[in-house]
Design a protein around this ligand. Structure first.
Ligand code: KIV
Length: 274
């Protein structure tokens, strides 16, 4: 059976041959499937805003939403390390609020660490949450919570100045005490340099092959989403499989081909013959 990886073991993957894999998922059943696989980690991401709640982005997801989903994922995946995302507004403007919300996500949600998205602005909050005894994964680059500021979901670090700022931010996040950092949506060379210069492992999503680890999101990796960004490799085509299965079910119900006696309870009851 798979053994849950720990924070020190994750940190020890830096400069080792082991590359960790992480998948974002949001519910008990999906978590059980990840738990049965060789994937090392689950992120209960605030991308659940789009995937589970039908929102246009991640803004609007609440701490209550996160705690609710994290609890059920943790129940479904007892042998997998679970990262719980801190949503938009969970630490904006107040150290106390940051620690309080991180504590809710970590203690009520029952996950193994929290993820805190943001650039230099997030650094003081990361430091406070780490000091409160909660392991933190940072998240820089294309940070969807800042999509309004970025003018959409745009690749970051595309000029030398912007790349320098990402490198500086990554170092500040490390110094604040994060044990792992997500690099999202940046050129491969920028992620390579950050990975080389940090002492903590990097986890890449849309950041090329040089990161220490890689993550993808459940509906993308399984081909459930109808549109996926360039960096996504679909490892299955569940959208087609599911829609084909549903169409076959509808056709068979319509034609009377389903259910046959094989799928029926055939006990003879007097007065109720077929
Ligand atoms: O919410 C999420 O799924 C994420 C990943 C894209 C890193 O933050």
């Amino acid at each position: 059976m798979k053994k849950k990886i720990t924070v020190p073991e994750i940190m020890a993957t830096k400069n080792s041959d082991k590359k960790l894999s992480m998948v974002t998922c949001y519910d008990y059943t999906s978590a059980g499937l990840v738990d049965a696989s060789n994937v090392d980690m689950i992120l209960v991401g605030d991308s659940l805003g789009m995937v589970m709640l039908g929102l246009p982005g991640t803004v609007g997801v609440t701490v209550d939403d996160m705690v609710y989903h994290i609890k059920h994922v943790v129940k479904g995946a007892p042998n997998t390390f679970v990262v719980g995302d801190m949503p938009f507004g969970a630490y904006n403007g107040s150290i106390e609020k940051a620690v309080e919300n991180a504590t809710r996500i970590f203690a009520e949600g029952g996950c193994d660490c929290v993820k805190m998205e943001g650039g230099m602005n997030a650094v003081p909050y990361i430091e406070a949450v780490v000091k409160a005894g909660i392991p933190v994964m940072g998240h820089i680059g294309l940070t969807p919570q800042a999509s309004a500021m970025m003018g959409g979901f745009k690749v970051q670090g595309k000029s030398t100045e912007a790349a320098d700022l990402l490198l500086e931010t990554a170092k500040a996040v490390e110094k604040a005490g994060a044990f792992l950092i997500n690099l999202e949506g940046m050129p491969s060379g920028v992620a390579k340099k950050i990975t080389e210069e940090l002492h903590i492992p990097t986890m890449g999503i849309g950041a090329g092959p040089h990161c220490d680890s890689q993550d993808l999101v459940w509906p993308d990796i399984l081909g459930i989403s109808d549109w996926v960004p360039k960096f996504v490799k679909k490892y299955a085509d569940l959208r087609t499989t599911v829609i084909d299965a549903l169409n076959t079910f509808a056709d068979e119900v319509n034609s009377g081909a389903f259910p046959t006696p094989e799928y029926s309870y055939n006990t003879k009851v007097e007065g109720y013959e077929e």
